[in-house]
Design a protein. Sequence first.
Length: 230
Amino acid sequence: MFYLDPLYLILALPGLLLGLWAQMRVKGTFKKYSQVRTTRNLTGAEIARHLLDNQGLHDVRVEETQGFLSDHYDPRTRVLRLSPDVYRVPSVAAAGVAAHEMGHALQHSAGYAPLQLRSAIVPVVQFGSSLAPMLILIGFLLRFTTLAWIGVILFAGAVVFALITLPVEFDASRRAKALLSQGGIVSPEEAGGVSAVLNAAGWTYVAAAIAAIGQLLYYVLLLTGGSRRD
């Protein structure tokens, strides 16, 4: 018979549900402000290039990438990649996302410590987060506690990554809002839309951190006997 541990519902499920809500909110907000054109009629690609050049980051390339909201800055290659809905569209939503990703490039250039730390642990986190659940499950089923704890330690790396991501993303959004407003790229009215888009996106990172912490606590309690089955 299928059994769902009540402790899992208490610790892990809230973060997962918050994540689903955050994803729906960011998609809805992005769609809404994608239909609002900026007064200056600049595409996301043009805004990113303008902001980069103004900050002296002429060597950072701006490229188009496929996918919905697949926008990101790659510090290894110094490339800012924007999805088609951002790269090609002169909207308030595109302006916010493009400026946010440019904020990451600015962090990289300034040696922003949380970004450097996050970039440094990416390989370990990618390896550990994929392996950890399997080690925990095998260790728990075989009563091989040491193996399970190794899995928990590896999963803890994903939690650290999620927590470090919070200041990185919030700082990039703060920089984006300031650069767009101070540079006159968006009007005060349009700045409200930019904030709405970036604030909605921020909730996805909060949800990811809460979900990761809850799941880690569940694993720890499972191994220490905090979760009991009849």
